[in-house]
Design a protein around this ligand. Structure first.
Ligand SMILES: NC(=O)c1ccc[n+]([C@@H]2O[C@H](COP(=O)([O-])OP(=O)(O)OC[C@H]3O[C@@H](n4cnc5c(N)ncnc54)[C@H](O)[C@@H]3O)[C@@H](O)[C@H]2O)c1
Length: 312
C-alpha cells in the first residue's frame, strides 16, 4: 500500500514509517520539522517538508503520491503549550487536521488513522477506575479539546462524505527517539537528565512534594502495531484506547528509570502544571483484543534506557 505518515519525522510517526516500510509498504512522510528531525525519517521513505496548515501544497503532495491510507501523527503535542497558546494549538491540531481530512477525501484514501489522546481526552479518572472508550470525553486542556474536535469532524465527515477512519487514543507513549527537549515526554526527559547527572523534577499531582500524576505508560512499539493494524484494515474499531491499563506515578517511574541507569538522582519538587489531569488510566480490553498483550513497563523502559545509552 501507499501510506502517508504526517509527523513522520517525529517520535511516533517515524516508528510508524519504519514499520510500514518493513511490512513492504511505500511511505511518504509529511512533516514541517517544527519539532521532528530530518534524520528520523527512514531512508526508504519519501519526504515532503510541508506544514499541514497549508492546504494547497498538502493536497498537491497527496495528489502526486496517491496514498491509499494515512496515518495522521502531526500535531502540536504539548498540553502546556496549548494552555498558553490555544490558538496556535487549534491552528495545527484542528485546522491542520481538517486539511489532512480534505486531502484524504480528495484522493479517495481508504482510511485515515488519527493519533488522538486517551491520556487527556477523558479528563480526570477517579481512583480505581480506568477510562473506557464509551465514557464521556471531558477534556481539561485546549490540546485535549482540539483532539476531541478532530474526532467529531471525522465522525461528521464519515456520515457526510464517506470518510473511513480509526481513532487511536494513545495513553502516555514512551520509547526510543522521544525528544527529551520538549515539555512532554517525561520518560525521555528523565532518561536524559539521569545520564547527564542532572536533578529531576516531580511535578505535583495536587500538593508540592507528592508522588506526581498517575499515568498509563505505553511503549511505542505497541502504538506502532496498532497503527499498522488500523492501516492494513485488521483493526477496524472506530475508536480505541492504546494503553496498558497499568497505573504509575511520576515518582514510581523515576524509581524504575534510576534502576535502569544504575544511579540515583537528586529529586526536586515542582508545582502542578496547568492543564495536566491528576490521574489518567485507560481500559485496555479492546486494545488487548486488537493487538495482543502490551509490552510491560519494565521491558519497555529497559529498551528505552538502552537506546539512550547507545546514543551518547
Ligand atoms: N507522545 C505521547 O505520549 C502522545 C500521547 C497521545 C497522543 N499523541 C499524539 O501522537 C502524535 C505524535 O506525537 P509524538 O509524541 O510523536 O510527537 P512529536 O512532536 O515527536 O511528533 C509530531 C510531529 O509533527 C510535526 N508537526 C508539528 N506541527 C506540524 C505541522 N503544522 N505540519 C507538519 N508537521 C508538523 C513535528 O515536526 C513532529 O515531527 C501527535 O498527534 C500527538 O498529539 C502522543
Amino acid at each position: 500500500m501507499r501510506i502517508v505518515v504526517t509527523g513522520g519525522a517525529g517520535f511516533i510517526g517515524s516508528h510508524v514509517a519504519d514499520a510500514a516500510l518493513a511490512a513492504g509498504h511505500e511511505v511518504l512522510v509529511v512533516d514541517d520539522l517544527s519539532s521532528g528531525k530530518r534524520h528520523n525519517v527512514p531512508a526508504g521513505a519519501r519526504f515532503e517538508q510541508l506544514d499541514i496548515r497549508k492546504a494547497e501544497p498538502l493536497l498537491a503532495a497527496f495528489r502526486a503520491f496517491k496514498p491509499e491510507v494515512i496515518s495522521h501523527q502531526a500535531a502540536q503535542t504539548s498540553v502546556s503549550v496549548s494552555t498558553r497558546e490555544p490558538l496556535r494549538d487549534a491552528e495545527v491540531n484542528v485546522l491542520g487536521s481538517l486539511n489532512v481530512m480534505e486531502a484524504a477525501l480528495s484522493v479517495g484514501a481508504g482510511r485515515l488513522v488519527f493519533a488522538s489522546t486517551g491520556g487527556a481526552i477523558y479528563g480526570e479518572i477517579a481512583d480505581g477506575r480506568r477510562a473506557r472508550e464509551e465514557d464521556p470525553a471531558l477534556p481539561l486542556s485546549p490540546y485535549a479539546v482540539s483532539k476531541l474536535a478532530v474526532e467529531g469532524y471525522m465522525r461528521a465527515m464519515s456520515v457526510d462524505r464517506g470518510l473511513v477512519y480509526t481513532v487511536l487514543r494513545y495513553a502516555n507513549v514512551y520509547g526510543p527517539r522521544q525528544d527529551p527537549h520538549g515539555e512532554a515526554g517525561v520518560v525521555a526527559i528523565f532518561a536524559q537528565r539521569l545520564q547527564a547527572k542532572l536533578p529531576i523534577q516531580i511535578n505535583a499531582k495536587r500538593e508540592l512534594g507528592d508522588a506526581g500524576c498517575i499515568r498509563d505508560y505505553v511503549y511505542v512499539s505497541d502504538v506502532v502495531r496498532a497503527n499498522l493494524a488500523a492501516l492494513e484494515g485488521t483493526l477496524v474499531e472506530p475508536v480505541i484506547n492504546i494503553c496498558t491499563g497499568e497505573e504509575t506515578s511520576t515518582a514510581m517511574l523515576a524509581d524504575q528509570l534510576e534502576r535502569h541507569f544504575g544511579r540515583a538522582s537528586e529529586r526536586r519538587a515542582g508545582p502542578r502544571r496547568p492543564g495536566d489531569v491528576e490521574r489518567s488510566v485507560l481500559d485496555p480490553v479492546r486494545c488487548r483484543k486488537a493487538i495482543g498483550d502490551a509490552t510491560s513497563l519494565a521491558q519497555g523502559l529497559a529498551q528505552t534506557a538502552a537506546w539512550f545509552v547507545a546514543q551518547r
